[in-house]
Write a protein that binds this ligand. Structure first.
Ligand SMILES: Nc1ncnc2c1ncn2[C@@H]1O[C@H](COP(=O)(O)OP(=O)(O)OP(=O)(O)O)[C@@H](O)[C@H]1O
Length: 315
């Protein structure tokens, strides 16, 4: 299993008056996508990099599937944990395929198997292998390069992925497309993912759970996007989550994330389009004059959505 457990983790950089990360504890379940969100400098990246030992904690413990990461050999750890960063880090003198084959190469796979794997991964991230495998990074757009970055991190099929503002450098439209593709990919792959961003909307869109961090990475709230929006733990979380109106926030919550009852097909409820948001579910109810709609194999009801809105106004 690839759950991640942080126990009282502290990082004190030399010469700094305060720790960058101060006694942080957090449990991340296997197969879950957890987003660390917080303002610049609050310690998100430092916390994340301690998980794959790019940074060593001053004290505390990080457990990966129950084993202390400090006891896992660094190469073994890297095979287990894919890593995607904003600057992508593709090697300019290597083709796209060669870039993706780096990790399989390190693992000693033969060339045929590595090549096949690179093609398979290009396909997975929506790039036609025949068109892209032999190009160089500079011949790709920023969004395409970012997809290659994700493909490369997935090369050895690691159960865990660390992603540090992976879509941060792309324009808003590309970013939205990458987010959607990424969610589709994760629905299929179910990796354990730690995703760092300072964009709260991105956190709401992507996270199964969000850890809202304040200074020194202290956890202000750790919960599902719907619950954080409906019931922020304190003023800090509320102001961080604050700018959007309640109804706009509904548009950020995928309807599949709302609590619901199992669907009985015989009810003949209107069916929400795949990928629809809580806002879309509400629209469908209003249009069809029903108080429940089918979302996948469950139903979502009007009262649930009202509760989200009311909590918002009640504050
Ligand atoms: N190598 C280092 N030496 C000393 N201080 C550091 C070092 N790396 C980071 N810091 C400090 O630790 C704090 C947390 O930095 P970190 O990069 O983890 O924050 P962050 O939340 O990821 O920020 P951002 O969103 O701007 O990337 C900051 O105050 C930063 O200046």
């Amino acid at each position: 299993m690839s759950d991640i457990k942080l126990v009282d983790v502290t990082k004190q950089y030399e010469g700094q008056p305060q720790p960058a990360v101060d006694a942080v504890s957090l449990d991340i379940a296997a197969g879950e996508l957890v987003v660390f969100v917080g303002p610049s400098g609050c310690g998100k990246t430092t916390t994340m990099k301690m998980i794959n030992r790019l940074i060593e904690p001053t004290s505390g413990q990080i457990l990966l599937g129950g084993a202390d990461v400090m006891s896992i050999e660094p190469n073994e750890l890297r095979r287990h944990i894919g890593y995607v960063i904003q600057q992508i880090g593709l090697f300019p003198h290597m083709t796209i395929s060669e870039n993706i084959q780096l990790v399989p190469g390190l693992l000693g796979w033969n060339r045929d198997r590595s090549r096949r794997r690179a093609d398979e991964l290009l396909d997975l991230v929506g790039l036609d292998p025949a068109a892209y495998r032999d190009r160089y990074p500079r011949q790709l757009s920023g969004g395409q390069q970012q997809r290659v970055g994700v493909a490369r991190a997935l090369a050895a099929d690691p159960p865990v992925m660390l992603m540090d503002e992976p879509f941060g450098a792309t324009d808003p439209i590309t970013r939205e497309r990458l987010q959607k593709e990424f969610l589709r990919l994760q629905a299929e792959l179910r990796k354990t993912i730690v995703f760092v961003t300072h964009d709260f909307d991105e956190a709401v869109k992507l996270g199964d759970r969000i850890a809202v961090l304040k200074e020194r990475s202290r956890v202000a709230q750790y919960d599902t996007p719907a619950r954080i929006l409906a019931a922020p733990a304190d003023d800090y979380v509320a102001s961080f989550a604050g700018s959007a109106t309640a109804i706009k926030r509904l548009a950020l919550i995928p309807a599949v994330r709302l609590p619901g009852e199992p669907l009985d097909e015989r009810d003949g409820l209107p069916v929400l389009e795949r990928g629809g948001s809580a806002r879309d579910a509400l629209d469908l109810m209003v249009r069809r004059g029903t108080s429940r709609v089918a979302v996948g194999d469950r139903t979502v009801d009007f009262a649930m959505i009202c509760a989200l809105l009311e909590d918002e106004h009640g504050r």
